[in-house]
Design a protein. Structure first.
Length: 258
């Protein structure tokens, strides 16, 4: 009964998410029409799965269990993030070849979900450094409305957990985006700029490294440069080619090997 009630609460959100791209392309569509669409069986199955494992702790459970402890002298780095991290190197199966870097991105995730899985997906893996790239899905409202303060608190909580466990912290800027294809009507630009400014100041205050992807990827309209993205939000191969050396430089700075 509890699951059924929760599903009833989630049905309007799921329907709106699925219909949003269609509504954006049809001038006659309205928000009320979009919300009235019933969920598909696939959406219901996804919602049931989310209720059972909201932070997706199961995604990397087996991989984490199979991962040996770091070797002596190994500069293990965990990349914690959303789809931008998740897709990094997945198409080729190569993620920073030759480096002991571990990808722990999950598509669609927000900072509260990452905070819940921070222990098993980061701390338990005993890295020397964690690179956190998050926030754009919070602005989009993927798991509900979030104020800037809520997002900042989740960043701070992850950074404090890492520091308390001897892990050095790199906070990556939110990538530029002029809009979200799956959330038409949201203007993320001011929120992205504001959170990045806060992140830079917070890193300076706490002694963390701020990884600035934004400045190298933003265009004159405060969106992502068209040659670097597949949809205005997610990088393409050229985008990752810009990001990779910036990440390497930030990691080297964090480890004191720059």
């Amino acid at each position: 009964m509890k699951i059924f009630c929760c599903l009833l609460l989630l049905v309007p959100l799921a329907a709106a998410q699925t219909a949003a791209p269609v509504a954006a392309s049809s001038p006659t569509s309205t928000a009320s029409q979009t919300e009235a669409l019933p969920p598909t069986s696939k959406q219901i199955a996804h919602m049931e799965e989310m209720l059972q494992d909201w932070p997706d702790l199961g995604r990397y459970r087996a991989a984490n269990a199979a991962l040996p402890p770091p070797a002596s002298g190994e500069n293990r780095v965990v990349f914690m993030g959303d789809s931008i991290t998740d897709a990094w190197g997945r198409s080729t199966g190569i993620f920073f070849p030759g480096e002991p870097y571990i990808n722990r991105g999950i598509s669609g995730q927000t900072t509260p979900q990452m905070l819940v899985r921070f222990w098993p997906d980061v701390i338990a893996l005993q890295p020397k450094v964690v690179v956190i790239l998050a926030g754009t899905n919070d602005i989009a409202g993927n798991t509900g409305p979030s104020t800037p303060e809520m997002i900042q608190e989740n960043f701070m909580a992850m950074a404090d957990l890492a520091t308390a466990n001897g892990i050095r912290v790199v906070l990556a800027s939110i990538l530029p985006a002029a809009d979200y294809p799956w959330r038409p009507g949201i203007d993320p630009k001011p929120a992205i700029r504001g959170l990045n400014a806060w992140m830079r100041a917070y890193c300076a205050q706490k002694g963390h490294v701020y990884l600035d992807y934004y400045s190298s990827m933003v265009n004159a309209g405060q969106g992502m440069k068209s040659e670097l993205t597949i949809d205005g939000v997610h990088p393409n191969a050229a985008g990752y080619a810009v990001m990779s050396p910036l990440a390497e430089k930030a990691i080297a700075e964090t480890l004191g090997t720059k």
